[in-house]
Design a protein around this ligand. Structure first.
Ligand code: FAD
Length: 318
């Protein structure tokens, strides 16, 4: 079922969903099942699986020369989505990236998804490779999420890259895109970033999932701005509790978000990492309660494939 149908069927009740990261190459899928099992009691209608583009590694040869190789550390997004859907009978949302995929590979991936009965996708530009200072598109790939979105919308209209026949199968993907309550870090200002978000919705995206935030007011302002500018699609808040003291800096640095002063003070006053975890979880429980009162359609958790903290939060609010 489509995410938008799940939300409509819930008739205003807030749903619970979460995101997983594919295992490192060479590891079994069992680790993901171990992360899913404790969360199934909260009846997620869908589970997201992230995607990671290739990066470069250097292999040293006996003669001392270094060979630069392209390598994907966490492959398997589509297969994992199919496996989870099959095992748990829930919908899955693969993250589709511009980076790391040619347009043809994307088309073939979308055909796989259609054959597998996976109806939802989250369309993203994707992070830059670690070795690159900024995002570099794959040759014959896409530059921005809008370009990738256009390809998915085209397929929903039966328009493929090379075959444009009347009788082409029209896919029917429900398409999500990313939104940034505190602005995407490359955007010169909120207004410009918002312009591109609006473009994604006008082109046919069906829902928005936000970057994580720790101050609900940023989400409320973002939603109000969207509504005032004619964006009517569901806006799903993405959430992650602080679970370690180093995250005050790391989350802020990695995701370009502000950490509220009260949260920083409470965490800095902790005597142990266990206390930090408790404070982080308590903060998130309060955030979730306020978001539910605001009427959010879904509380979507970035679990990093670790169920523990999310389970404690879900127990407190559902
Ligand atoms: P875009 O919408 O393309 O925006 C990128 C930047 O370009 C923004 O600053 C925007 O303002 C600007 N822009 C947009 N369109 C245009 C245009 N047409 N012309 C000029 N400028 C433009 N990363 C991963 O690698 N894997 C994942 O699985 C993953 N999952 C994510 C899930 C969520 C919910 C979120 C919020 C992010 C996720 N990311 C993931 C990170 C994301 O890929 C990065 O934040 C990336 O830098 C931007 O992606 P985007 O889809 O928002 O890009």
């Amino acid at each position: 079922m489509k995410i938008t149908e799940h939300i409509n069927n819930a008739k205003g009740k807030t749903l619970f969903s979460f995101e997983l990261i594919p295992p490192l190459k060479g590891h079994s899928i069992q680790g993901l099942y171990d992360a899913i099992d404790p969360l199934m009691e909260f009846k997620p209608p869908f589970i997201d699986v992230t995607s990671l583009r290739e990066d470069f590694i250097y292999k040293q040869h006996p003669n001392g020369l270094l060979e630069k190789l392209s390598y994907r550390k966490r492959p398997g997004t589509i297969a994992i989505c199919a496996a989870i859907m099959n095992k748990y009978k829930v919908d899955t949302v693969p993250h589709l990236l511009c980076g790391g995929f040619t347009k043809d590979e994307t088309e073939n991936g979308l055909i796989d998804l259609q054959f597998l009965g996976i109806e939802n996708v989250l369309v993203l530009r994707g992070d830059a490779r670690k070795a690159d200072a900024s995002f570099i598109p794959t040759p014959n790939g896409h530059n921005y999420a809008t370009d990738l979105l256009e390809q998915v919308v085209n397929m929903n209209n039966g328009v493929y890259l090379h075959e444009n026949n009347e009788e082409n199968l029209k896919t029917d993907f429900c398409i999500g895109v990313a939104g940034y309550p505190e602005k995407h870090f490359e955007a010169p200002n909120l207004k410009t970033d918002f312009k591109y978000l609006k473009q994604k919705i006008d082109m046919g995206a069906n829902f928005i999932v936000t970057q994580m935030f720790f101050d609900n007011q940023k989400y409320f302002d973002f939603v109000n701005n969207c509504r005032a500018n004619g964006i009517t699609v569901p806006i799903i808040p993405g959430l992650k509790p602080v679970t370690g003291s180093k995250q005050l800096v790391n989350l802020s640095k990695t995701f370009h978000i502000d950490m509220p002063e009260d949260l920083c003070d409470a965490i800095n006053a902790c005597k142990s990492e266990k206390d930090v975890r408790d404070v982080g979880i308590e903060w998130m429980i309060n955030q979730c309660k306020e978001l539910m009162a605001f009427g959010v359609p879904v509380l979507h958790f970035y679990t990093m494939s670790n169920a523990g903290p999310t389970k404690r939060i879900a127990e407190a609010i559902f």
